[in-house]
Design a protein around this ligand. Sequence first.
Ligand code: DQA
Length: 147
Amino acid sequence: MVKRKNILVIHGPNLNMLGKREPELYGTMTLEDINAGLAKKGKSLGVKVDAFQSNHEGAIIDKIQGAGGVYSGLIINPAAYTHTSVGIRDAILLLKMPVIEIHLSNIYKREPFRHKSMIADVATAQLAGFGPMGYSLALEAVVQMIE
Ligand code: DQA
């Protein structure tokens, strides 16, 4: 049975290094900080937020495949796989729920290879360049979408 109020957040490769990783670009918050903020925000919005991070494409695909029937919405930062992964794209196409693609940085202001997202046209919406605040905005948006 679908638990209507569960939201899945997937963080792709190298996002476990947030805080240490290029702080001038990604900020000083750690992934734990972001996840704690999401859990708190989720509580205030009446939803449970489960967060998952992996550096492995197949593990991310497995997680997306398992999301149907369990979650009502997905927020995903596919990180570097954004620009390469047909596999993640195809897995997202299996889902019948709102999917928000999110990036901490504004990928369109960066190197040309980051301008192409394999996910953008199969996601419900995209948020880029808001830093960690983007996760909070994405959660608010996805909760409104499922209500
Ligand atoms: C990112 C942008 C990607 O291009 C990059 O590979 C990342 C992080 C972001 O959140 O801004 O790892 O998804």
